[in-house]
Structures are given as structure tokens and as C-alpha cells.
Design a protein around this ligand. Structure first.
Ligand code: BGC
Length: 749
């Protein structure tokens, strides 16, 4: 994939330095890559009808509504594009795959797959290798299930703690999210199938996601969400980019010339294809000319824009033939570069090693669980504890999953599944637990203890059980889903009162949070230990048990700031929510009233600009409950001997020592600040150290993190002058610091 038709030359300090992104295919720089040449040869053999067949996809559940749809060839999933056998182009079968091969509302009865923990948990590992392994695992299962295009790679920045899809994304920092998404995509595509990256761009909230208009100036866009996409595309080379539902600065993302033609295809040299999100197309000519290459799940749009209307526009000359050729060429390039034509999937389900894949899920969960608080050495739990009570969260049978199109029907099935009766997610989401019982897992690691479970519905009964136990572990849950945001950061269903009651009864109360993202913790002072388990996936019970008992030393770090109160965040409430609720209420009492989807687009402004997450907290002087990057360990670490080099890019080196008595993993984080900017994460690494071991670590700054985007250049500009360098354990930690003087430089867009 052509990423660096443009080389990123930059000078920091004296010398001009290297290239951030390298094309793996040297012929690309010269002009036409081998894949492009092959795509052109195929194009030359294609009829117009065949070309038109490839630019729109069916939504299998509704495909029978479209006359002539090859329904018999489809399997229930998100998308299907018929192939062209005479040219060796296979059927393109699309499945959602953020956390595993999805099977929402069990549309394929009995078809299970391995469920990773939420993407936020993967981001919390700060370990690109774990992101890659997860992607590779999902891709292998997808291939075995005959899918060759995966709707994965969600990298929208988590700007709001209440956003319903935060669990599907990789946190609030563009470098971390971009690196992790890129590795995940690379992993998927290592199976010779295509991964998307999504949702391009700015799908930052679920409320009114199909009508909201995200407003942000170009520099802020380029420095934040777009930078995450840019980094991920450079690392992962996804075959396809999925454009988003929402508008960006007045134009729908899927007919947004700025985003698709100018940024993605021109500035970044992207040569794969742009597919729409499902139901995100609003026009024919405008979308095609703005850079949309394929309409996905067409039955979800108001018209089959890229079917008959496209043909008419082509015949009338309103869309040039060259544009149709470009659309198909891009699709072919994405398929060819990833081996979809050369290594077609076998159209019959292949065996899957679910036991091995479960290990991948467990490893991600264990590395991503974050120990938020641990006072008085309450954790790890002594194996000698005789009476342990687990409370709430269905911890007797499983762990919670996030909802929506990413929903995996995991191996072992769903021990708890609660349908929704209302709301935007009701048609395709159910509250679902994976069959990984913390109770069984804890009994297995503490065979000499009496481990009991109470459901927590009655706080007094729970408190009584806690009083009678040596240790109480409350499993608190917050279900979040695609298509809905959470209205409050408080734990739902009076769980705060439950935790307070239990903590009041037993001083050794541990809270395990299974949440989509940050929640408020009014009981924090009264609880000595808190573990952020996210949605921990289909081996979540085992992972939690091993963390609690010390079989695994916690090493996860927060990829998203946990606010101390809702009003610390840039938007304390959900934009548009009140208006949509009013419309829904009117519709409920008057069926003739307009539905939410018929409302006019509403703007959402982003006063934080590119200072997303922890940068906003610094700028506003807010002290969060837990900062970005935070995470405790059962051992301790020390940093020393910081040295800064600005001779060949900006890099730092330092010694990291495990000063405790257990092996553990540490995540040193390089932050860079200037007179104009708060600290920004410019580099990170993760290393495992034996007790007493010291290792010298080198961290190299991503140059675009040091820069401002200058639209007049256009490009990135690193201002000459002084920068404050900090290497620390989290965004609020003083760590080790030093100054560096950079001479200034520019980088192409
Ligand atoms: C989601 C996408 C998903 C698609 C297909 C949309 O509603 O936003 O992430 O890939 O549906 O299921």
C-alpha cells in the first residue's frame, strides 16, 4: 500500500532525519505498484456491468428486498459483494470484527468465536505485539469462517467518557491509538484478508450519530483524530477505510471531499478503497466525486445510491468513467495487496483451534487489566484467605461484554443475555455476558478457601455476607453499546450504594469494574483496592482471578482519563441527547411525530481542539480521579539517568529498575511539552523486568506529536525553541525531566 509517496523528512536539532513511514514496496515510489498494474490489467478485462457490481454491497439480512440479489450465496453477516469468477475475484464476505468474529443477536445460530477483551483493554496493554496477536487471531477465525473482509480497526479517539462505543476504540491519545490500531490491522491482514480502519472520521458519540455535525478546525482535526488514522494507516496498511455516519464541518463523512479526496487520498497517498458505514450514504454523484468508492450494506440507505442511480449518472456523464475505474481499481488494489485474490478463502468452514485462541484473549485481558488502587497490600489476595465472598455482576457465571455490531457470540455461549426493550440499539444489541465465571476461576486458584457468591440485588444481604467473610469482592458492571451513549458516569442500578454498603461491612473490600470506560467512584475512599477489568473477554474470569491472586502482576495502564466529576470533561452531558429524547417521547405519544432519525443535523463543537483527554485536563488545571497512563503493579519501579538526544530526531534514554521483589511489566511514557502546548505523549514502551533488574530504555519521539499542523504550509511545523521532556509513569506524574532545544523543521501533511 502506498503510504509514503511522500517521505517524511524532518530536522530536529541540527540534522535532517529520517522517515517515519516507509513503503514496503519500492516500486510504489516510482509510480505504479505491482498491485496497481495488476488491477489495471483486470480492469481492462471487465465489462461496465462487472465494474458496477463491485461498487455496492448487500446487507444480507435485508438483501431479499433488492430484486436479483444473490441471496442463496450469502451467509448472515454485515455485508456481501458478489465476486466475478471468470476474473478470479471471489465473493467478498464482510463481517464485523472489532473484538472477534461478530455474530450479533446470534444471526448465525450456534456459530461461536473467540472474544477478545474490549479494545480499550487492549489499548491499556500499551503493547503493540498484543494488538497484533489479537488481530491475527481474529483474522484466522474469520478466514476459517469464509470471511475475507473484516470491519475492524476502530480508532476514533475517545473524547467523551460517556460515549457508548469507547470500548471498541483505543483511547484518547493519537499516538497510542494509532500504533495499536495499526498493529491490530496488520495482524488481521496477516491472514491474507482485508481489514478496514473505521470510522473516518470523528464518530465521537453515538447519540444522533447519523445526524450530528462534528465541527473542528483543520489543524485540530489533523493533530488529533486524523493523526490517529494516519499513524494506523502507515503501520497497518488497511485494504479499506470505512467512512463514518456523521457530518464533519458540514458535509457527511462519506461525501466529504476534504476528508476523502484531500486528506486520505491526496495527502496520505492512500490507494485502497473507501467503503461507507452501513446506512451512511446520502447521494450518488456527490459521494462518488468526493471520494466514496463503495456503498456498503446498501439496503440500509434511503436509496440504492450506487446501484441504478449510479449507472444513470455515469451514462449521463455526471460521473466520469474514469472515476468508476478508479473506484474499482482501488478495491482491486486493496484485495490484491492483501492476497485476497491469490489466497482465496475456502468457501467451506475450516477447523479452528479455539483453545489456543482463548489463550490470546486471556493474555490480552491479563495485560490490559489496570490496578487503579491498592492500599495496605490488600492485593494480591492471600491464598490463605479462608472465606471470600463475590458480590454482583453475575460473577457466578460470566463477564460482561459491550454491545452492538462488535458483539461476539463467544465460545461457551452467553450465560446471561438480556434483550433491550427500547432505544437505538434495541434492534441489534442484547446485554450479553461471556461464559467465563470469575467464581469458578477464583475457586480454582484458591482451592482451600470457601468462595461464595451473592447477587448483590439486596445491599443489606450483601453487606451481611461481606461481614461474615475475610474478603469481599464486588463486581460492578456498566453496560455500554454502539448506538447509545451512557447518560451518566455513575454506575447504574444503585451499584454505588451496594459498594458503599459492602465496604462499610468489610474493610477488605475489593471492587472489580467491568465497564465500557470511566465511571465515577463516590465510594473510592472507603475501598482499599479497585481493579479496572474493562470488558475482559471470554477468558475474563480467569484473567481477573489471576490478577487478584497475583498469578499475574498487573501492568495495564489507562488509555483514557478517569474524571473526578462529570463536569471536568469537555462536555459534561451528551450533546443532542435531550432533544432526541424529547422527540422520542413525542413519537411515543403520537405515532405521526417525526422520528429521531428525521431530525435536522445538529452541530457538536470541540472546545478542546486537539487537546483531547489528558491534554484537556492539564490545560484546564483539572485533577482527574485517575490520569491517563495510570496503573499500579505488585512490584515497584525506579527511573534514573535520563539522557536526551536531539541530534537525530528527539529521543531519550533512561534506566528502568524493578525495585521490588516480583517480576513485572512497566510502561515508561515520554511526554513533550512546549510553551504553547501541554504535555503530549510522544513515545512509550513496555518492558518486563525481573526483581532487581535494570534495563536501559530508548524512546524516540514521533515527530508529528512535537509539531503543530500549519494549514498555510501546508504540513507539520516543529517550532524552533525549548521543549520540556518528561519520562513518567502517567500523564500526571513528575517522573524525570529535562529540557531540549529543537531547531525547528517541517514535515509534509
Ligand atoms: C457500525 C460499523 C459496522 C457496521 C456493519 C455500523 O452500524 O457503525 O462499525 O461495521 O454497522 O455492521
Amino acid at each position: 500500500m502506498l503510504i509514503s509517496r511522500f517521505a517524511l523528512a524532518l530536522a530536529v536539532g541540527a540534522a535532517p532525519v529520517s522517515v517515519v513511514a516507509q513503503s514496503q514496496d519500492p516500486s510504489v515510489v516510482a509510480g505504479t505498484s505491482a498491485a496497481e498494474a495488476r488491477a489495471d490489467a483486470l480492469l481492462a478485462r471487465m465489462t461496465r456491468d462487472e465494474k458496477l457490481q463491485l461498487i455496492h454491497g448487500y446487507f444480507p439480512p435485508f438483501a431479499e428486498r433488492t430484486p436479483g440479489a444473490p441471496v442463496a450465496d450469502m451467509i448472515p453477516s454485515a455485508g456481501h459483494i458478489p465476486g466475478i469468477p471468470r476474473l478470479g475475484i471471489p465473493n467478498l464476505r464482510e463481517s464485523d470484527a472489532s473484538l472477534g468474529v461478530a455474530n450479533q443477536v446470534e444471526q448465525r445460530k450456534g456459530d461461536v468465536a473467540t472474544a477478545l477483551p474490549s479494545s480499550l483493554a487492549t489499548a491499556a496493554t500499551f503493547d503493540p505485539e498484543i494488538a497484533y496477536a489479537g488481530g491475527a487471531m481474529i483474522g484466522s477465525e474469520a478466514r476459517a469462517k469464509t470471511f475475507n473482509i473484516l470491519l475492524a480497526g476502530g480508532v476514533n479517539l475517545t473524547r467523551d467518557p460517556w460515549a457508548g462505543r469507547n470500548f471498541e476504540y483505543l483511547g484518547e491519545d493519537p499516538l497510542l491509538a494509532g500504533v495499536m490500531a495499526g498493529e491490530h490491522i496488520r495482524g488481521v491482514q496477516s491472514n491474507q484478508i482485508v481489514s478496514t480502519i473505521k470510522h473516518f472520521a470523528f464518530n465521537a458519540q453515538e447519540t444522533g450519530r447519523m445526524i450530528m455535525d462534528a465541527r473542528l478546525d483543520e489543524a485540530a482535526l489533523r493533530e488529533s483524530d486524523l493523526l490517529a488514522f494516519q499513524i494506523a494507516i502507515e503501520r497497518g496498511n488497511p485494504g479499506s477505510v470505512m467512512c463514518a455516519y456523521n457530518k464533519v464541518n458540514g458535509d457527511w463523512a462519506c461525501e466529504n471531499d476534504f476528508l476523502l479526496n484531500q486528506v486520505l487520498k491526496r495527502d496520505w497517498g492512500y490507494d485502497g478503497w473507501v467503503m461507507s458505514d452501513w446506512g451512511a450514504v446520502h447521494s450518488t454523484e456527490k459521494a462518488a466525486l468526493a471520494g466514496l468508492d463503495q456503498a456498503s450494506g446498501q439496503e440500509l440507505d434511503r436509496a440504492l445510491y450506487f446501484d441504478a442511480p449510479f449507472r444513470e449518472a455515469l451514462e449521463a456523464g455526471r460521473i466520469p468513467q474514469a472515476r468508476l475505474d478508479d473506484m474499482v481499481r482501488r478495491l482491486l488494489v486493496g484485495l490484491i495487496e492483501n492476497g485476497v485474490l491469490d489466497a482465496p478463502v475456502v468457501e467451506r468452514e475450516q477447523p479452528i483451534d479455539y483453545a489456543a485462541n482463548a489463550e490470546v484473549a486471556q493474555r490480552a485481558a491479563e495485560a490490559g487489566i489496570v490496578l487503579l488502587k491498592n492500599e495496605g497490600g490488600v492485593l494480591p489476595l492471600a491464598r490463605s484467605a479462608k472465606r471470600i465472598v463475590l458480590i454482583g455482576g453475575h460473577a457466578d457465571v460470566g463477564v460482561l461484554s459491550g454491545g452492538g455490531s462488535s458483539q461476539v457470540r463467544s465460545v461457551g455461549g452467553a450465560p446471561v443475555e438480556i434483550p433491550l426493550t427500547s432505544g437505538a440499539a434495541a434492534s441489534f444489541a442484547r446485554m450479553t455476558w461471556h461464559a467465563s465465571s470469575p467464581l469458578n476461576a477464583i475457586r480454582a486458584v484458591a482451592p482451600d478457601a470457601t468462595v461464595t457468591y451473592v447477587d448483590g440485588k439486596d445491599p443489606e444481604a450483601a453487606a451481611a455476607a461481606a461481614r461474615a467473610a475475610d474478603i469481599a469482592v464486588v463486581f460492578a458492571t456498566q453496560w455500554t453499546t454502539e448506538a447509545q451513549d451512557v447518560e451518566t458516569l455513575a454506575l447504574p442500578d444503585d451499584q454505588d450504594a451496594l459498594i458503599a454498603a459492602v465496604a462499610g461491612a468489610n474493610a477488605k473490600t475489593v471492587v472489580v469494574l467491568e465497564t465500557g470506560g470511566p465511571v465515577l467512584m463516590p465510594w473510592l475512599e472507603k475501598t482499599p483496592a479497585v481493579v479496572q477489568a474493562w470488558y475482559p473477554g471470554q477468558r475474563g474470569g480467569e484473567a481477573i482471578a489471576r490478577i487478584l491472586f497475583g498469578g499475574v502482576n498487573p501492568s495495564g495502564r489507562l488509555p483514557i482519563t478517569f474524571p473526578a466529576s462529570a463536569d471536568q470533561a469537555p462536555r459534561p452531558t451528551v450533546p443532542g441527547l435531550a432533544a432526541l429524547q424529547a422527540v422520542d417521547a413525542a413519537a411515543a405519544s403520537n405515532p405521526g411525530a417525526p422520528q429521531g432519525a428525521e431530525l435536522q443535523p445538529f452541530p457538536v463543537d470541540y472546545p478542546e481542539g486537539s487537546d483531547v483527554g489528558y491534554r484537556w485536563y492539564q490545560r484546564e488545571g483539572h485533577k482527574p480521579l485517575f490520569p491517563f497512563g495510570h496503573g499500579l503493579s505488585y512490584t515497584s519501579f525506579a527511573y534514573s539517568n535520563l539522557a536526551v538526544s536531539s541530534a537525530d530526531g528527539l529521543s531519550v534514554s533512561l534506566d528502568v529498575t524493578n525495585t521490588g521483589d516480583r517480576a513485572g511489566a512497566e510502561v515508561p511514557q515520554l511526554y513533550v511539552a512546549s510553551a504553547d502546548h501541554p504535555k503530549r505523549l510522544a513515545g512509550f514502551t513496555r518492558l518486563t523486568l525481573a526483581p532487581g533488574e535494570t534495563r536501559r530504555v530508548v524512546l524516540t519521539a514521533e515527530p508529528r506529536i512535537l509539531a503543530d499542523y500549519d494549514t498555510s504550509l501546508p504540513g507539520w511545523r516543529i517550532a524552533p525553541g525549548d521543549y520540556r521532556i518528561t519520562v513518567a509513569r502517567d500523564a500526571a506524574d513528575a517522573g524525570l525531566s529535562a529540557n531540549a532545544t529543537l531547531s525547528g523543521s517541517t514535515i509534509k501533511p
